[in-house]
Design a protein around this ligand. Structure first.
Ligand SMILES: O=P(O)(O)O[C@H]1O[C@H](CO)[C@@H](O)[C@H]1O
Ligand SMILES: O=c1cc[nH]c(=O)[nH]1
Length: 237
């Protein structure tokens, strides 16, 4: 067991899909994996290991926000030898180029968090996706997107779901940011620091410009196309 994950050594696969919502983790395990078994219920942050097309894969909830994700990603990389983490998350569209249920493959992730500023003592680090995972996800999206439009570009990983400074988000959009979520930047940074691989594949759950939104149940159980893309990218031939 690590501090926050109740798995024995060897119980977690080298490839991990990581939704923020632990109930989305359960849905992914029950819907997409064979022989899925729950390895951790610590704090309700569910984790499962099963197989997909005969290959072992785990699904681990991260919780919301970079500090929470960093706990799980650090323990997976350091204590369970995980090689790749693919975040399968929801995000809010910041531009009318995106529609609800579109999918974003995050080539990089900006942030308003102080985590990297502290890590790099004020220098600006650019957290980016593993190119191999990103390339395979892009290829997989040709057949696995289920009709959704797929965009490759920048996310904003914000510490605030309810932004106190929307004018700064607008400036990010002027510089190409597509959507906002709360974890990808820390995931990319931690993967790089550990010499491992990471990608964030996010479905647009709500639209900051139009106000359109999905329900909690839809965010938990209906974003299957991003899971198909993530599995193909991480485990496909
Ligand atoms: O749906 P998940 O994967 O949790 O992702 C998004 O949803 C949460 C906010 O509602 C944040 O964690 C954000 O990043
Ligand atoms: O962090 C998030 C996730 C989904 N939608 C948002 O507006 N923000």
């Amino acid at each position: 067991m690590s501090t926050h994950i109740g798995a024995e050594p060897g119980e977690i696969a080298p490839v991990v899909l990581m939704p923020g919502d632990p109930l989305r983790a359960r849905w992914i395990a029950e819907t997409f994996l064979e022989d899925a078994r729950c390895y951790s219920e610590v704090r309700g942050m569910l984790g499962y290991t099963g197989t997909w097309r005969g290959r072992r894969v785990s699904v681990q909830g991260s919780g919301m926000g970079q500090p929470s994700l960093a706990i799980y990603a650090n323990e997976l990389f350091r204590e369970y030898g995980v090689e790749s983490i693919v975040r399968v998350g929801s995000c809010g569209a910041l531009t009318d180029r995106l529609a609800v249920r579109d999918i974003v493959l995050a080539s990089g992730a900006c942030t308003d968090s102080s985590m990297n500023r502290i890590r790099f003592e004020g220098l600006d680090y650019a957290p980016v996706a593993d190119f191999g995972l990103l390339h395979r996800a892009y290829e997989a999206a040709r057949t696995r997107a289920g009709g959704a439009d797929v965009h490759v570009g920048l996310l904003l990983s914000s510490d605030s779901f309810y932004s106190p400074r929307p004018e700064l988000t607008a400036r990010m959009v002027e510089y190409g940011v597509l959507a906002v979520e709360m974890e990808a930047s820390a995931l990319y940074t931690l993967a790089a620091g550990h010499g491992r691989k990471a990608l964030a594949v996010c479905t647009v759950s709500d639209h900051i410009v139009t106000g359109e939104e999905t329900t909690a149940a839809e965010r938990e159980k209906t974003f299957g196309a991003m899971v198909d893309i993530a599995l193909e990218a991480a485990l496909g031939a």
